[in-house]
Design a binder for this molecule. Structure first.
Ligand SMILES: *Cc1c(COP(=O)(O)O)cnc(C)c1O
Length: 345
């Protein structure tokens, strides 16, 4: 099976397994795990923040950030398609007791003007804005990249109103690779950041959150409260170190594969790319085939390709390191085959 459902399906590399085997471990709740400490120091350095914390998942990392930054009854401003709003089980309300205030972005990117107009809290009727959340790359918008310059515009608004910014950077590495800029170019404009080790970077488990020492001290406590205090988890941190040191530069291959696949899709009469491809996510519009995305995905599966029905007529295809160039060529052939054999049926 060629698995294009998500970059989360990547399996760890041989090097990661070797590093797991060798990893020195200790009880991390006692801060005794040298491998976790090494990962956290490396990540803090790469993200330009004082400290970092290894957390069990991206959702846990994002939610810890919301819990640290906000208090009960506050509001967070985020983009209407953002992962924190759409895909985290209502956790911001369930755990932090805040309400999301979603606003519409352009390809997932909120304008600084809209963000500023949405900040509230001076009137007695209003919830107070406690946090602004950004997402880069933006998943639902199709892996779109927000430039550091765009982030700076929102940063300046946030500064003016003394509101922190949290970046859901699950795929920040993809944005950095596309723009050929260090991650610190982006993270200088946010208070805290979350990155995923287990998506395109291929580690089996975990995310990193980073921010000031004060933030991480509070985050560590929230992680413990949420049941995320880890013991001999150096075995999980070891592949994370490989992910950060060896797996970022090669993301450009995934981007090339996605761009090539998009060009093939555009050359097939009844298929269209729904949103310009910038990184490793391809949103394919199947409406003209007269198949729903679910039906299309079933046909793909019959031909050995897995993908996700993303919206009623949109199929999402995600490239990653477990998908070779040959797999992408095969996928394009399958797409042509499905569309041709569907004609008149
Ligand atoms: C995958 C993802 C997350 C985190 O997901 P987990 O499954 O909890 O690790 C957060 N934000 C975005 C944009 C993502 O794509």
């Amino acid at each position: 099976m060629i698995d294009l459902r998500s970059d989360t399906v990547t399996k760890l590399t041989d090097r990661m397994r070797q590093e797991m085997f060798r990893a020195e471990v200790g009880d991390d709740v006692y801060r005794d795990d040298p491998t976790i400490q090494k990962l956290e120091e490396l990540a803090a350095d790469m993200l330009g923040k004082e400290e970092a914390l290894f957390v069990t998942s991206g959702t846990q990392g994002n939610q810890i950030a919301v819990l640290v930054h906000c208090s009960l009854g506050q509001e967070i401003i985020l983009e209407e398609g953002s992962h924190i709003f759409i895909y985290e089980g209502g956790a911001t309300s369930a755990f932090a007791g805040i309400q999301p205030f979603p606003i519409k972005g352009e390809r997932g990117i909120m304008s600084a003007v809209d963000v500023e107009a949405t900040i509230r809290g001076t009137d007695i009727h209003e919830a107070e804005t406690g946090l602004i959340c950004l997402e880069n790359t933006h998943n639902r918008a199709g892996g779109t990249v927000m430039s550091p310059e765009k982030m700076k515009e929102i940063f300046e608004v946030a500064e003016r109103h003394s509101i922190p910014i949290h970046l859901d950077g699950a795929r920040l590495m993809n944005a950095a690779v596309v723009l050929k800029r260090p991650m610190t170019d982006f993270t200088q404009y946010v208070t805290t950041v979350q990155i995923c080790l287990s998506k395109g970077l291929g580690a089996p488990v975990g995310s990193i959150i980073a921010g000031s020492t004060e933030f991480i001290t509070k985050a560590r406590k929230w992680r413990k409260r949420l049941g995320g205090g880890l013991r001999q988890a150096g075995v999980l941190a070891a592949p994370g170190i490989v992910a950060l040191t060896e797996m970022i530069d090669r993301l450009k291959e995934d981007h090339e594969h996605a761009a090539w696949l998009a060009s093939q899709i555009d050359s097939i009469p009844t298929l269209k790319v729904a949103s310009q491809v910038e990184t490793n996510i391809v949103m394919m519009d199947v409406s003209e085939t007269e198949l729903t995305s679910k039906q299309f995905v079933e046909k793909l599966k019959d031909h050995g390709v897995l993908a996700n029905p993303f919206a009623p007529t949109i199929v999402r295809l995600v490239t990653h390191y477990d998908v070779s160039k040959a797999d992408i060529h095969q996928t394009a052939a399958v797409l042509k085959n499905i569309v041709t054999s569907n004609v008149g049926s």
